[in-house]
Design a protein around this ligand. Sequence first.
Ligand code: ATP
Ligand code: MG
Length: 556
Amino acid sequence: MENEKEKSLNFLEELIQNDLEKGLYPQGITTRFPPEPNGYLHIGHAKSICLNFGLTENFGGKTNLRFDDTNPATEETEYVESIKKDVSWLGFTWAKECYTSDYFEQLYQFASKLIEKSLAYVDDSSAEEIANQKGTPTQPGTNSPFRNRSVEENLDLFQKMRQGAFEDGSKVLRAKIDMAHPNMHMRDPLLYRIRRVAHHRTGNEWCIYPMYDFAHGQSDSIEEITHSICTLEFDVHRPLYDWFIDKLAIFPSHQYEFARLNLSHTVMSKRKLLQLVNEKVVSGWDDPRMPTISGLRRRGYTPASIRLFCDKIGVAKRENLIDVSLLEFCIREDLNKSASRFMAVLDPIKLTLTNYPEGQSEDLHIENNPEDPESGKRVVPFSRELYIEREDFLVDPPKKFFRLGPGLMARLKGAYIVKVEDFTLNEDGSVKEVFASYIPESKSGSDTSGINVKGTMHWVSIPHAKTAEVRLFDRLLIVENAGDLGDDFIKFINPESLQTLEKVYIEPALANVEVGKGLQFIRKGYFCKDSDSTENQLIFNRTVTLKDTWAKAQNK
Ligand code: ATP
Ligand code: MG
């Protein structure tokens, strides 16, 4: 259905199509994904990745991966490696791996050129003085007393800044634009600051570092980026972006803005995600509850599901909050088609088949995935003693309860119909054990019993069962709009976001599955083996439950 629908172009696709029709980019377009390596990528970045790489895939061209590493204090090589891994995992290939730090010399030359054109000056004002000079949105600013230094003096001071002649914070380089400009970003913005901090790539080679606004657009231009796509808050920076390119007369990259992704029940700023890691609210950047790409991967999300999600949310000019259940819908869509089915009993009670011979067992052949006829069958051992799910037996079942209760019949998945004969209780009144007879002629696939039952239940043979730990996850934050709460978000952590089931009984075939591969535990959800698993301890993460509340709400 989805594929048949003629997809309309989003505003960026329309714009690029127009540009191409005008013959503006005969060599194709060039975009970039420009993360700052100060944290792991999150699902918001996935939107930007899918957009930037998607545009060049669809319209012809190439996309660079650029590490925007102008802030040495927060950046690390670990982050660079994780970012490369995540972009590749999503299925994209970058044309060039670039670093803004590789352009430090070129950027220094650009700045010198602005000085030569009397368009930049060295300012000795303190940070506070500069802030005061800026004025307010309704009041013009005032010129710095250092604004009229000569070109020669500025060139000399800027060179000395680079050579380390001045203390951190004692001087900055500013563009000379207009202190009364209606756009505050145009009131002589900073281009360089002095900072003696080792950089993750250039070490101690530099003690001056360019500001984002000066570095970003010029890096775009150096790489001949045709469409530089960023989030809406950079809208007000665009006049400055264009001013630098114009005054330096370099390759005319153009900036376009789109609305960032906001997802319910989580936070997305890397600073806040780092806080969750540092305060040990989560086990790390790849905790399966994190909205990071590495967290989603560990949780069992597939690249296809994330790409589908990014496609569904679309690209627009207005911000909104996307419900995380849409993301869950997308992984169900993918895993329903691809995941092999298995049986696992999360909360066991014992079921004994009184007429099944003691010591006997048989191998049943159960299909791996009814949605995929190619997926074949697997062997599942069956015997007299089984575990079934506690909730599947009720001492006092309501009408239309199609599972087990006193005297009731139901089918054991891929096996036989059973009929309850008796049960025993624990001291606390909970069910201890259920006794039933099985109907030998009712074997799945060759059922001649003539008996119709409505309920089918999963089970595990006790003598053959393996055990595992299972981790169930819920929303990380109890409020929907956690991203709007500023630093208060930390007060809204869901205390039940992780539930650990220490001992779950699983069918033996589950012992050999690959880490991360999507599986279905019949009736219990989609799961994957966690990377914490060891030879002696299997651990499974629940990716998502089976129930599809989001699609239901949409169809109403
Ligand atoms: P954060 O606030 O999470 O640290 P950021 O914007 O500072 O995010 P960058 O590493 O600078 O992170 O972002 C790289 C690219 O990803 C930028 O082009 C940015 O606009 C984009 N991006 C970041 N967050 C989102 C989001 N939530 N939705 C869409 N794009 C995003
Ligand atoms: Mg940033």
